[in-house]
Every structure is written in structure tokens, then in C-alpha cells.
Design a protein around this ligand. Sequence first.
Ligand code: NDP
Ligand code: GDR
Length: 335
Amino acid sequence: MQEKRALITGITGQDGAYLSRFLLGKGYKVYGIIARRGTDTRWRLRELSVIDHVQLIDADLIDLSSLVRTLEKTQAEEVYNLAAQSFVATSWDQPLLTADVTGVGALRILEAIRIVNPKTRFYQASTSEMFGKIQRPVQNENTPFYPRSPYAVSKLFAHWSTVNYRESFNLHASSGILFNHESPLRGIEFVTRKVTDAVARIRCGLQQELRLGNIDAKRDWGFAGDYVEAMWQMMQEHEPDNYVIATGKTTSVREMCDIAFKYVGLKMEDHLVIDPNLYRPAEVDILLGDASKAYKRFGWKPKTSLESLVHMMVDADINRVKHEPQPAINGTRHP
Ligand code: NDP
Ligand code: GDR
């Protein structure tokens, strides 16, 4: 039987790397688009040892013609749209770029699918940020949205474009409304990785303090490795649909931080500094997801507790700090 072909936008991101490894394990031929910005962003693909097994193609979500050519060239049966300007805080500084990549970018790839092969299955990386100022204490697929950032507004446009193309053109287009998911491959600008990196550096005597913003914010945090399986599972369903993917537990940034410091025998209070400059113009105070629809339809449930996730991330960062201290490149410490 001919191997299945998948195309991943955002293949160099956290989820792109885990999804590549997962799909390769399933026997897929995996293609990914890479938007060249002058720096090498392939470190995650190297860390998971998939770099030599995926095919990278130069293309950009802001360039429709590059997407059309990529679909023609790869003949992918499944397209996972993971590319985005995904950092919420940056979306207030670069709202138009965020709208163009994170919002209209999804519409461009839907258009490319419509032009090249409307039978292509499509996954949109939607987000719990769309619930924003929550309208229900627990959020599921029927909860009304209330976005609180240019990022979330852009993602809502992408989500509704996905639903609209499903209903207008009969595309097999699904929207995974994923709550926060983390891993050792998380970008260092996101709070969990910022914490675990700092804890590792403090433990190794390279840093003294950790500056955070609103530590009372609560998130429903899971492990990225578990979440990419749900992306694939919803693509295998006969009918496209929207699915919430979450753990059903919410934890404050303060508690998450405490878990990380305690793991290495340090006291959070001795190192944590609250910096009001890191507060956001509008905050999402609390998120808590109900993923029971995904469980009922295809048996998905999370496998990793927050404690083991944080421990895994701290261990990975201590290992990095000990074995490969790197000078900062564009805000990350990775080659
Ligand atoms: P990352 O920020 O780690 O990855 C984003 C990816 O998008 C990178 O590969 C980046 O490339 C790529 N990208 C950015 N701009 C463009 C562009 N113009 N054209 C093509 N590619 C581009 O995100 P995650 O892996 O964490 O998340 C994956 C997706 O899921 C994102 O859309 C995110 O918004 C969404 N999401 C994430 C959640 C999470 O908790 N992680 C939860 C819910 C949704 P490069 O590295 O080269 O800059
Ligand atoms: P989020 O993740 O905005 O939920 O978006 P992030 O880790 O950036 O923030 C989580 C919460 O922590 C608070 N916080 C801080 N955040 C950062 N980054 N840095 C700090 O110093 C800090 N101090 C406190 C934030 O205010 C916030 O409340 C992530 C991204 O992956 C999105 O792309 C994705 O859609 C959502 O998760 C679900």
C-alpha cells in the first residue's frame, strides 16, 4: 500500500516536531513548510531525531502561491495547520502580523486546498484562548467565545473560516480547540518553559532570580506529546468536527512554579520577583476544559500529569544547562 502523505505548517514549532515524530511512527511521508527568516529554527526536529526523515519545503502562510505550489508538489492527503504567531503577549505589539499569519493564514491554506484538491483533509490548530473571558466555568465545544487578545481574535477568524469551509465547500476540515500544552520543546517565552529554564539555571548557579507577571492566572496544562495524537485522531474520523482537547484540571502559574522549584529542593519565594511590566493589557484569568466529546468519539484522554510534565521539563533544562550552554540567539538558547 502507498504511504500516506501529511503536510505540516509550523513543523519547526513544538507541536510540529512532536506531530512529525508521531506521523513518521505511523508510516507517513511527512512534509513541512519552513518560512525562512534568516535563523535556523530546526533545533526541535534535531532534538527528536526526525530532521533527516521529514521533507522541508520553503513556503510561507502569508504567500498563497507558495502554499498552492506546496500542495501540488506534495499531494498531501492530510494538512495540519500549526503555523502561527503563537505568543499571546507579542500579539499586542504586532497585531497586524498576527492577524495576517494566525488568522488569514488559515484562510489562505483553506483556499489553497480548495484550488488544488478539495478532498484533502484539514486540521486547524484552534485554541482555548478563544474562550478568553470565560462565559462558562468549564469550557467545551458549545461554550460561547470571548477572545481577549489580537492573537485570540485572529484564531477565532481561523476557527470560523474552518467551520465555514466545511459547511460551504464540504471540506473535511476539523478544528482542534486545544488547551495549553507544554513540553521540553516549548519556546522559552512561554511561562512553563521560562520557569523550568530559570529553575535549572538557578539550580546550577547561573542565575539568581525569576521575573514573572501575573502568577494568579490559571491554565489547564497538558503534555504536547499527548495532544498531537488527538490531532491525528480527529483527522481519521469519518466526519470533520470541532473538538476540545484538555486535561480537565486547572492550576495557577504560582502553583506550577512551586512544583518546579520544589523538585530541585529550592524555595520559590527566595527567587521569584513579580514584574508588573509583564502584565498583559487584557488577561485570561482562568481556563478549564472538558474533553469528553473527544473521549467519546475516538477515546482520547491525557496520559501525563502536570507534576510529571514539569519534572520532565526541569530535567531536560538541567541537562541542557549542564551539557550545552548556548549563547542567546534571538531570545532562545538553542542552536
Ligand atoms: P510554536 O510557536 O512553537 O510554532 C509556531 C510555528 O509556526 C513555527 O514552526 C514557526 O516557524 C511557524 N510560523 C510562524 N510564522 C509562519 C509563517 N508566516 N509561515 C509559515 N510558518 C510560520 O507553536 P506551538 O507548536 O506551541 O503551537 C502550534 C499551533 O497550535 C499554533 O498555531 C498555536 O497557536 C496553536 N496552539 C498552541 C497551543 C499550545 O499550548 N502550544 C494551544 C492551542 C493552540 P519558525 O519556528 O521558523 O518561526
Ligand atoms: P498563554 O501562554 O498566553 O496561555 O498562551 P503563556 O505561557 O505565555 O502564559 C500563560 C499565563 O502565564 C501568565 N504569565 C506569564 N506568561 C509569560 N509568557 N511570561 C511571564 O513572565 C508570565 N508571568 C505570568 C500569563 O499572563 C498567562 O496568563 C499559550 C500559547 O501557546 C498560545 O499559542 C495558545 O493558544 C495558548 O497557550 C492555549
